[in-house]
Design a protein around this ligand. Sequence first.
Ligand code: SF4
Length: 253
Amino acid sequence: MQTSQKSNGAARSRRHARSAYSKAELEEIFRRFSIQRPEPKGELEHVNPFTLVVAVALSAQATDVGVNRATRDLFKIAGTPQKMLDLGEEGLIQHIKTIGLYRNKAKNVIALSKLLLDEFGGEVPKTREELMRLPGVGRKTANVVMSMAFGIPTLAVDTHVFRIANRIKMAPGATPDAVEDNLLRVIPKQYLFHAHHWLILHGRYTCKARKPECERCVIADLCRYPAKTNDVPALLVELPAQMIGAEALHESE
Ligand code: SF4
């Protein structure tokens, strides 16, 4: 009895305080993600930091594919804050009216373009605090922009990341901010830069909301989700790039 209590205690202490996984298990999980997707990329098309801010702002409650379809032509003519202002709210609406909440989003994009010109010399700022001053830009958007536009390691917690962190007890938390804090503590430093995309892509294509596809999962043996349907890890191979993007067309979430 005493021995088993001791060994349970030792196992617990080897685990990371904020995760159900040990440091070595977390290393292994992200090592496998890094082999599957060595260079994960966001699916939102953009041509510079400004268009990334706009694309992310437009993507709330819309699919990346839908946003890309609308912005492809838009960014050819309005790729800077000044050109966006020149296009004007009504002109912008003509490009984005296939996207949900487009009226509100158009207002925000025009307002943030103006603020960038008035206070930041037309450049997108690099700090979270400054980014969050832009209309329509919350913490998640700011994190995405910092990471994708400027290469600053951050972790934006979207619906997929939030679900995985809690479902498999990698970094449980009641709110996106709590999950973000925990993930930043438990993800091995060398994997932090791409972790956001790995978790999103894993959630979108494998660990899906309604029915996780555990038989296709490369971390099935390590996963601590009590309702997982398989515990034999899928073959660890690099996924073809088209598999990362194309399935978004059929995304049901
Ligand atoms: S085994 Fe299933 S529940 Fe666990 S991470 Fe993989 S897909 Fe998700």
